[in-house]
Design a binder for this molecule. Structure first.
Ligand SMILES: [Zn+2]
Length: 158
């Protein structure tokens, strides 16, 4: 799960949606295929120079090179994985297997890990300039929530 590929919701410089793509950020592909909402596929070019920091976190928009990105959290829902585990835990409890503390501890640990990974994956970065959104990758701590001053700076061509 931690090796999840980066998902990009690409927008053009007029902030019009172009489509979505999955990218292996470690490979830094300069050319990707983007699938539009109508199912058509088109090419897009990404600029990875200066876009990743030493720990592989995104620090600039690879679509328009804007260095201003903001963090957006989407609601955290239990994944199907966690739900299956919860059901398994319930069955274990009903059938008497829950008396084994190791089984319960493992279940709890897995659910905790799953939720933690989900919280980490669900945060996305959005470019101030073009609105392209990135998810599924580690986010550097310097990125903050949407900020009016940063937005004004970008709008002014900064
Ligand atoms: Zn951008």
């Amino acid at each position: 799960m931690l090796a999840a590929r980066m998902q990009i919701r690409l927008r053009d410089l007029e902030r019009r949606p172009v489509g979505t793509a999955e990218v292996d950020a470690a490979a830094r592909p300069p050319r990707i295929e983007v699938r539009a909402a109508d199912g058509s596929v088109r090419e897009a070019f990404l600029d990875w120079e200066q876009a990743l920091d030493d720990s592989g976190c995104l620090r600039a928009c690879v679509a328009c090179r804007c260095p201003e990105l903001f963090r957006r959290r989407t609601p955290i829902w239990f994944t199907p994985f966690a739900l299956v585990l919860a059901a398994a835990g319930l069955v274990a409890a009903l059938t008497g297997h829950s008396s084994d503390p190791l089984v319960l501890a493992t279940l709890v640990a897995l659910v905790v890990i799953d939720v933690a990974v989900l919280a980490f994956v669900r945060a996305r970065l959005v470019c101030y300039r073009c609105g392209t959104a990135y998810s599924g990758m580690p986010i550097a701590r310097q990125h903050r929530r949407w900020d009016a001053r940063a937005a004004a700076r970008v709008a002014a061509g900064g």
